[in-house]
Write a protein that binds this ligand. Structure first.
Ligand code: AHR
Length: 490
């Protein structure tokens, strides 16, 4: 029997709700159809935003949304997406499928979407192919509260008051699709661009610099030498079972490929630790946040779909990846203060899939909703003993957990059993606490289980009762391939 210890006396760090953030790019059917259908659509909408999707995302407590990309951001010219929709510039989305982008979803529409969702906007500016002036004017357009050319243009386009914008990214993947820059060249370019990202009136911008890809520690080192110019440094890391020719399939995988996927997802622990060590050397006070603004599983597209649309199904395997990764973010919440899974609807590890007017919630959606109770809590000291496995030349644990406490003293413990086949039994003890009640919720099933438009509830959370309470905790037996949340009152 494994041992699980939670110490409510050890309050470690604040779990920023933005760790549970999302990403939406002009890619495939994410923005168009997935979120925005236009005012004239037969699909029920408010100001063009589809109601079913907005309602589901509000229930999941989406805290922050990144837009417009991704690689799209470094080719996006914001002035193409304002003003009369009939005359907005039509262009080719060269990165993603070569389809026509009619710019009907632009700055005003993005702020409208965030207002409906009740979430913070996080905008990524164009460094790769945009000018300093263009970036400067975009910030002025969005946030300047006075008389200026951009504020007048905003008013002419129907928005009198400036919007509140906190999070602004200065470029995306500038080591790759955002300009193929060297770390030193980007660091210098960043310093120049960010100078003109101004704080107007009461709006204070939290500038996020493009950070490393995966294990590019040199990039982190070079950027951190300039860290007084930014508040956040991003990280991009995708979990993909294969790296050549095929990335693997979302629905078809064998035991070895399952294990490789989980092991690769668990690499996040190493990345957060090692990049964190570099950041600690330059910023021991942890002023700068690590912002994992793209993460998730990336497989081959579903057969018969546009290869440039990155549409993939989502199984219990993805739920395990989500649960273990969110537990790792909680554990590193002293440094990780935002993360954005890629992407919100119909792209990569999406929480929602749509088919015309129809919509389904993926297993990953249910994990985000279960974990939402951790948002804005305090991370507690906790530890679980566990078996380990090995795949892709890396050890990874069978059990991955995190525990937090809210302002009312309620403790939330989320435990993931990463094994596809083995159950796990553990005894949980909560230090100095007389436990009054425990309730639990589980998401589990065969690793291949997934929801379809014909069968939308194959994977959905259920009450979990396979545990016995004791004076200071409980003993539980988790089935294989499971994500469980315990809510503990003491
Ligand atoms: O999320 C898909 C793409 O992955 C993004 O556009 C890019 O930033 C990353 O390479």
């Amino acid at each position: 029997m494994e041992k699980y210890l939670i110490n409510p006396n050890q309050k470690i760090s604040h779990i920023n709700k933005n760790i549970y953030g999302h990403f939406s790019e002009h890619l495939g059917r994410c923005i168009y159809e997935g979120l925005y259908v236009g005012e004239d659509s037969d699909i029920p909408n408010v100001n063009g935003m589809r109601c079913d999707v907005v309602n589901a995302l509000k229930e999941m407590k989406i805290p922050v949304l990144r837009w417009p990309g991704g690689c799209f951001a470094d080719e996006y010219h914001w002035k193409d997406g304002i003003g009369d929709k009939a005359t907005r510039k039509k262009m080719i989305n060269t990165h993603w499928g070569g389809v026509v982008e009619d710019n009907s979803f632009g700055t005003h529409e993005f702020f409208e979407l965030c207002a409906q969702l009740g979430c913070e906007p996080y905008i990524c500016g164009n460094v790769g192919s945009g000018t300093v002036q263009e970036m400067n004017e975009w910030v002025e357009y969005m946030t300047f509260d006075g008389t200026s050319p951009m504020a007048e243009l905003r008013k002419k386009n129907g928005r009198k008051a400036p919007w509140k914008l906190k999070f602004f990214g200065v470029g995306n993947e500038n080591w790759g699709c955002g300009g193929n820059m060297t770390p030193q060249f980007y660091a210098d370019t960043y310093r120049r661009y960010q100078t003109y990202v101004r704080n107007y009136g009461g709006n204070w911008i939290y500038k996020i610099a493009c950070g490393p890809n995966d294990a590019d520690y040199k990039w982190t080192e070079t950027l951190m030498q300039n860290c007084r110019h930014f508040s956040g440094l991003s990280l991009h890391y995708y979990t993909t079972p294969h790296v050549y020719e095929t990335r693997g399939k979302a629905l078809e995988f064998d035991a070895a490929e399952y294990e490789t996927t989980i092991s690769k997802a668990y690499k996040m622990e190493e990345l957060l630790t090692r990049h964190g060590e570099i950041m600690n050397r330059y910023d021991p006070q942890k002023r700068v946040s690590f912002v994992v603004d793209e993460w998730g599983t990336w497989y081959d597209v579903e057969a018969g779909t546009n290869p440039g649309f990155l549409y993939q199904q989502n199984t219990m395997r993805d739920a395990i990846v989500a649960g273990l990764t969110l537990n790792l973010f909680n554990k590193h919440s002293d440094r990780v203060r935002m993360a954005n899974i890629a992407q919100l609807v119909n792209v990569l590890q999406a929480v929602i899939l749509t088919d015309g007017a129809d919509m389904l919630l993926t297993p990953t959606y249910h994990v985000f909703k279960m974990f939402a109770d951790h948002q804005e809590n305090t991370l507690l000291g906790s530890y679980i003993t566990t078996k380990t496995y090995n795949a892709d030349k890396r050890d990874y644990p069978q059990l991955v957990e995190s525990a937090s406490i809210d302002d009312n003293g309620v403790i939330y413990a989320t435990v993931v059993n990463t094994s596809e086949t083995e159950s796990a039994e553990f005894k949980c003890q909560i230090a100095d606490t007389a436990v009054i009640s425990v309730k639990a919720e589980i998401l589990s099933g065969d690793a291949h289980d997934h929801n379809t438009f014909e069968h939308k509830d194959v994977v959905k959370p259920a009450d979990f009762t396979d545990f016995t309470r004791s004076a200071d905790g409980f003993t539980a037996k988790l089935p294989a391939c499971a994500v469980v949340k315990f809510t503990i009152n003491g």
